[in-house]
Design a binder for this molecule. Structure first.
Ligand code: UDP
Length: 444
């Protein structure tokens, strides 16, 4: 019946509009591909900076480096002013000026961080924020329903560390999070089996929540079923991918290499990089390190010089690239661990590949994610708030040598459960079918 209707009527037209950052674009493109496989007409809107041939500005100058936490609220301001206007033009030009276009929000960050952000006014009201100095950081936060037993002050998003509960980023995140729940529906990149207890909490505020992730794994399943092929791991990135690291990995024994990468926005200080490098070197484990251009804080070129100097000294033990084909790397048999900042995409990619993590979160949802990885799922260790060569060495040895079997087993189990969710009959697979059906109904 469903097929009859879809073949007779015009397919729904979905406008996909990501926040203009790599992590958001990655998962939005995958969602767009999945809706295209379902037969929908898709328009994918991007910003000048990220895609020159597309049509609107994100409001920042083209040569802006777009790294670090501080630029996020600036981006939000410029988006609010300039993108809104451009978006209105796109919608009005491409279809008759209709009001009442259904809006479905896709939050690309983790559901637990979404829920923490939603709960911030309650945390403040209960007097659990602001934080009272550094000795207070291990105190449990008891006012986020479903997370009472493991969420500490140090696991809250970094903007909660400021003593100012009027902080502009905090206010912005709370505002956007609460606004998302006014949409017609909410899509989350997770699975019922990964985040079930928190999804139940979110559903008390917004009944239509579709957990359809991990999207990259779901896309693989659907593409395989349709065309007998997986999707292109090397596509969709804003930087040039250096595939040479795969040849280097091909020469390494199974599960002998730790992959070290901190996503597309973070920047590292020179001192942090030196501690990290010594820790890795002293651990005796081989490592594949990603250092994006301009991601080491220092005077012009100074940061990169340090990297080159260090890497020269550890040539026989390491390989460095500006940007890796991350999913291919994580699925490579030589990789046995992931030293990560716990961006949500990286976290999901590691889970699906069955690779244990060492977590070194910076900002946004990363502190919540690293706590869940280590304390709830127990598929890694959380190095949060320290960067000391001795601790790096110890954690790498734990994950890659001393507790290798324990972590490999829990990561394997987690991967198995998660991969089942995106197979036919799995929760995320069925939820995507429901989403597709509901979009068809909404667009009638
Ligand atoms: N990524 C990549 N190559 C790299 C580093 C990162 O392809 O060398 C991809 C990674 O696979 C992930 C995305 O960039 O899909 C980063 O998103 P995430 O949510 O982990 O972190 P963010 O960049 O938003 O902090």
């Amino acid at each position: 019946m469903e097929q009859d209707r879809s073949s007779q009527s015009r397919p729904p037209h979905v406008l996909v509009f990501p926040f203009p950052l790599q992590g958001h674009i990655n998962s939005m493109i995958k969602l767009a591909e999945l809706l295209a496989i379902a037969g929908f007409k898709l328009t994918f809107l991007n910003s000048h900076h990220n895609h020159e041939r597309l049509t609107i500005t994100d409001g920042l100058p083209l040569d802006h480096p777009r790294s670090g936490n501080w630029f996020l609220d600036m981006l939000e301001d410029t988006m609010e002013l300039k993108m809104k206007e451009s978006l209105r033009e796109v919608i009005v030009n491409s279809s008759p000026p209709e009001l009442g276009i259904p809006i479905i929000i896709f939050r690309t960050s983790s559901p637990r961080s979404f829920w923490v952000s939603y709960s911030i006014p309650d945390i403040i009201q209960a007097g659990e924020l602001p934080i009272n100095g550094s000795e207070d950081m291990d105190r449990l936060i008891t006012t986020v329903p479903g997370m009472e037993t493991y969420l500490r002050c140090r696991d809250l998003p970094t903007f909660c560390r400021k003593l100012d509960i009027e902080d502009s980023i905090m206010k912005l995140v709370v505002k956007q999070t609460r606004k998302s729940l006014q949409a017609d529906a909410l899509i989350l990149n997770t699975a019922e089996e990964l985040d079930g207890p928190i999804l139940s909490q979110i559903r008390t505020k917004c009944p239509r929540v579709y957990a359809v992730g991990p999207l990259h794994a779901q896309l693989n399943t659907r593409l395989n079923a349709k065309h007998g092929e997986s999707y292109d791991h090397f596509s969709n990135t804003l930087w040039e991918v250096d595939k040479s690291c795969i040849f280097w990995l091909n020469k390494q024994p199974n599960r002998s290499v730790i992959y070290v990468s901190f996503g597309s926005i973070t920047s590292t200080s020179r001192e942090q990089l030196v501690e990290l490098w010594y820790g890795l070197l002293n651990s005796k484990t081989k490592f594949l390190l990603v250092v994006r251009p301009n991601s080491v804080i220092g005077k012009d070129g100074e940061g990169e010089d340090v990297v080159m100097e260090l890497m020269e000294k550890s040539k026989d033990r390491s390989y460095i690239v500006n940007w890796a084909p991350q999913e291919a790397v994580l699925n490579h048999p030589a990789v046995g661990g992931f030293f990560t900042h716990n961006g949500w995409n990286s976290t999901l990619e590691s889970i699906v590949a069955g690779v244990p993590m060492i977590c070194w979160p910076y900002f946004a949802d990363q502190h919540v994610n690293s706590r869940v990885v280590s304390e709830v799922w127990k598929i890694g260790l959380d190095m949060k708030d320290v960067c000391d060569r001795k601790i790096v060495e110890k954690m790498v040895n734990d994950v890659m040598v001393d507790r290798k079997e324990e972590f490999a087993k829990s990561a394997y189990e987690m991967a198995k459960v998660t991969n089942q969710c995106v197979n036919v009959g799995g929760s995320s697979y069925s939820n995507l079918d429901c989403l597709v059906e509901d979009i068809r109904i909404m667009s009638l």
